[in-house]
Unconditional design. Structure first.
Length: 365
């Protein structure tokens, strides 16, 4: 049968798109099947049979649609590739793509020992891959990921954890005992609210110690001998002031770093990173942000929080001490002040009380 026309890739000319389909049975059964196919074709519902397996499609999706994407960040592409290669391809290996069902996907979630937040991420990636197979490639009619009944949902912790001033002091005291770089790294996180990647991507050229000011120009995407850098999260750079104590600490850290360079000679490749390993490469994001952070928390005997909660701690302490919310917004790099006010609304009652008392004292007669 002929199903429209298509371009011959060799000649570039249009030719009839002919399909041969074998139906085992009677002539009437063959005619019924032909009528069914033509009906589906005319409605735009016909899917050409393929022997492609789900794992083959996932690999093709990575190679064609993900690896060369100009819209996705480098770290996003790496995450998609890692999740797909380590988890999704092995899970759905050898299952024909056109026979993949919601039950297959549900079974994967039900039998996995991974955290719900991780499986939620897996579902989002798998859904995207199958969406392309459905809409762009027309390999399947329906995205089976959309039909999964019990989709994994991450357990949301609506209560952000922030430290008190006393807890911050205890933590920084322990960090000081490890070394000047460690103390400077975490003190900078609390004072400025910088994101982990922004701190790891900070260079000395961005630091004006005399003016006590830091320019946040980039974020570290990938560490190593050939580090990969990108713009800050919202794509905009920002400048933040630092305290005189922070400036003194960074000067001390720079002095120690220069001594290390001299002692190591050619073994140290200076890439101008403020926080670097003995090789000169930027420090590993996960090492300072997770493993060493957890160790310091245990030693300090303070409440367990995420590294990102240092950012929340910074904002909360600033607001509690009467800092204008607009200044907090600028330091954190929020695009809109409403984001700052909504996220830290738990501080508003204290600010309201302070404002009322301030005006009350001014009008006291």
């Amino acid at each position: 049968m002929t199903m429209g026309r298509k371009i011959d890739p060799k000649t570039g000319k249009s030719r009839p798109n002919q399909k041969w389909i074998t139906v085992r049975g009677t002539k009437k059964q063959a005619q019924d099947r032909l009528n069914e196919i033509l009906y589906q074709y005319n409605r735009g519902e016909y899917i050409e049979p393929t022997s492609m397996t789900t794992d083959e499609w996932l690999q093709k999706w990575l190679d064609v649609y993900v690896s060369h994407s100009t819209k996705k960040r480098k770290r996003t592409i790496e995450t998609y590739a890692s999740v797909t290669n380590r988890h999704l391809i092995p899970a759905f290996e050898d299952i024909p793509l056109q026979k993949l069902t919601a039950s297959h996907i549900q079974h994967y979630y039900n039998t996995s020992k991974l955290a719900s937040s991780t499986l939620e991420q897996h579902h989002a990636i798998l859904h995207q891959a199958l969406k392309v197979a459905t809409i762009n490639e027309r390999l399947i009619n329906v995205n089976p990921a959309e039909l999964v009944v019990e989709k994994p949902v991450a357990e949301k912790n609506l209560e952000m954890e922030v430290w008190s001033q006393e807890e911050v002091r205890k933590f920084l005291l322990v960090a000081r005992g490890v070394g000047v770089q460690t103390e400077a790294f975490y003190r900078l996180a609390v004072e400025t609210g910088m994101r982990r990647g922004e701190i790891c991507g900070l260079k000395w050229e961005d630091v004006d110690l005399d003016a006590e000011r830091i320019s946040i120009m980039r974020t570290l995407l990938k560490a190593g001998p050939n580090p990969e850098l990108g713009p800050p999260k919202n794509g905009r750079s920002r400048a933040v002031a630092i305290s005189s104590q922070m400036s003194i600490l960074l000067k001390k850290h720079k002095l120690e770093q220069n001594k290390l360079k001299l002692s190591l000679g050619g073994a140290y490749t200076d890439k101008d990173f403020v926080f670097a390993k003995d090789s000169g490469d930027p420090i590993q994001i996960n090492n300072f942000g997770q493993r060493s952070f957890a160790d310091l928390i245990r030693q300090a005997g303070v409440r367990k929080i995420r590294f990102h909660d240092l950012r929340h701690t910074c904002a909360t302490l600033l607001l509690e001490n009467g800092t204008n919310p607009k200044i907090v917004q600028e330091r954190l790099g929020h695009t809109d002040i409403s984001m700052t006010l909504n996220r830290y609304s738990h501080v508003t009652p204290t600010m309201q009380k302070s404002a009322a008392q301030l005006l009350g004292n001014a009008l006291d007669i």
